[in-house]
Design a binder for this molecule. Structure first.
Ligand code: UDP
Length: 239
């Protein structure tokens, strides 16, 4: 079998829900430790890892906005939630001996470094994992779009989106047992079919910059490594 990773530099998008495990809220210690162990395996292969973390396990901006809160305010709260997740992830990485830095798109100088592209690139080249918190730093965006943006800025070879499902299906496999998984899909198909892989802003940015996306399940043991080894895990979205 092949022993060389298919990608030199990846941008891993972890949703807030990925950190929750089976809990209904917050961060599950066991889950985060397992995810960090899987990231560690990929780092050990010599792959440079940048991470964008979501915040949905703590706060999502849309629901409070719908309930009457100012949308931009709710979105800033959502961005702060992603910084909490970034700090928890960094802490777990330290415990497992992984070098890791957090950079925030919002200025929180006592808590995290600011996002500085050149510095982030240098960390990656040194083999340090970089976690990008606070999304894009702008309300009305999502951490999926932040993943696409940072992926492009870091010249990542691929955006790897961790979800609960092992790829993109023709329909929701939980509701429709006849749904099948796509091995590959074009950006235009993903956008046209509104498959809810990633929001359209993220998809179009990746399409326009020719940055492929792989959607895979973070709950499948060893799947991240198989994605990085190019073993056909998940669904590839490409030009
Ligand atoms: N958010 C934002 N701008 C960004 C990224 C995130 O305003 O660039 C806010 C938004 O309110 C969002 C929340 O942060 O609902 C959490 O991010 P997201 O929903 O993308 O997290 P995930 O679903 O990946 O856990």
């Amino acid at each position: 079998t092949n022993t060389t990773p298919a990608y030199k530099r990846i941008l891993l998008k972890l949703s807030g829900e990925a950190l929750m495990g089976d809990d209904s809220y917050g961060i599950n210690r066991g889950v985060i430790e397992r995810i960090v162990a899987e990231i560690g395996e990929v780092v050990a292969l010599g792959v440079q890892v940048a991470i964008v973390i979501g915040g949905g396990n703590i706060f999502r901006g849309v629901a409070p906005a719908a309930a009457g809160m100012d949308r931009a305010t709710a979105d800033y709260m959502g961005m702060l939630a992603t910084v909490m997740n970034a700090m928890a992830l960094q802490d777990a990485m330290k415990h497992q001996g992984l070098e890791c830095r957090v950079q925030s798109a919002l200025n929180l100088e006592q808590v995290a470094e600011p996002f500085i592209r050149g510095k982030a690139l240098r960390y990656l080249e040194e083999g340090t994992v970089v976690i990008f918190g606070a999304g894009t730093g702008n309300p009305f965006f999502t951490t999926d779009t932040a993943a696409a943006l940072r992926g492009v800025e870091m010249s990542a070879d691929v955006v790897i989106k961790a979800t609960k499902v092992d790829g993109i299906y023709t329909a929701d496999p939980k509701k429709d047992p006849s749904a099948t998984r796509y091995e590959k899909l074009s950006f235009d198909e993903a956008i046209a079919k509104n498959l809810k892989v990633m929001d359209a802003t993220a998809l179009t940015l990746c399409r326009d910059q020719n940055l492929p996306i792989i959607v895979f399940s973070i709950f499948k043991l060893g799947a991240l490594k198989r994605v990085v080894m190019g073993e056909g895990e998940g669904t590839l979205v490409h030009l």
